[in-house]
Design a protein around this ligand. Structure first.
Ligand code: ATP
Length: 236
């Protein structure tokens, strides 16, 4: 690999005759946290869905770990090390924490460390509550469980779609800490964040999705004096 785990080139995606992404280019460097900000409906979720193989593009290429990803099924990409945690998480509220994590497991061929125990090491609060019904936990803990579901398959790249949506500021701090921990474990993070608040703290590199196009805003040192202007552009 040339240091980029994901390369998106000239990607165009439509729903019927409505083009949602036009000639989008993006690279995600291995080990970093890359964030895409932009207004509601700008196309951020569509970008993630296309990368994970849930939506076919009209044209363009997506390369994950130096291999063509277009046309691959989501489960093939998961096996190759890519996971996607959708907006509005996918946990089963009536099931326990442990059973929720089991639903996300892909049967392993080799007998390495137990992926569930590895995830519990990363999230002690979930470990304490492994027998608790997931729907009775706080919104932040449920979001952590959703992220943990994405991690049990031991990904190289995890894509998080609006992980702080609807959460209180104190809980957003917990999600931020979680993202930092995931990153410290060596997992690359691609984050979709409508506003810039979370990205401001965790992103190494930033993109702005606006009017169907994706603009590279630079690395942390380049955008850190411009948060107010970027925030305004996520509203325009
Ligand atoms: P949000 O934060 O609201 O999810 P977003 O930036 O992620 O916004 P998308 O969800 O990718 O944006 O939506 C981009 C555009 O595509 C919107 O106009 C949306 O209405 C439209 N769209 C999304 N999914 C579909 C679909 N399955 N069929 C038709 N149009 C869709």
């Amino acid at each position: 690999m040339n240091g980029d785990i994901l390369e998106v080139s000239d990607l165009t995606v439509s729903y019927g005759d409505m083009t949602v992404l036009r000639d989008v280019n993006m690279t995600v460097g291995e080990g970093g946290v890359v964030s895409v900000v932009g207004a509601n409906g700008a196309g951020k979720t569509t970008l993630l869905k296309t990368i994970v193989g849930a939506k076919a593009p009209d044209s363009g290429s997506i390369r994950f770990k130096d291999e063509d990803a277009v046309g691959r099924k989501p489960h093939e990409l998961i096996e190759r090390g890519l996971t996607y945690v959708p907006e509005r998480h996918t946990i089963f509220p009536e099931m326990t924490v442990l059973d929720n994590l089991r639903t996300a497991l892909v049967p392993a061929e080799n007998s390495g460390p137990d992926p569930l125990e590895e995830v519990f090491d990363l999230f002690p609060i979930l470990d304490e509550r492994r027998g608790q019904q997931a729907g009775t936990m706080s919104g932040g803990q449920q979001q952590m469980l959703a992220i943990a579901q994405g991690l049990v398959v031991d990904p190289d790249l995890i894509m998080l779609d609006e992980p702080t949506l609807g959460l209180a500021p104190k809980i957003i701090e917990d999600v931020r800490d979680t993202i930092e921990e995931i990153s410290n474990e060596g997992v690359t993070v691609l984050l979709v964040d409508e506003k810039i608040q979370l990205s401001k703290e965790v992103a190494d590199e930033l993109y702005l999705m606006r009017k169907n196009t994706l603009q590279y805003l630079g690395s942390r040192g380049e955008f850190e004096d411009e948060y107010d202007r970027i925030l305004q552009q996520t509203i325009d």
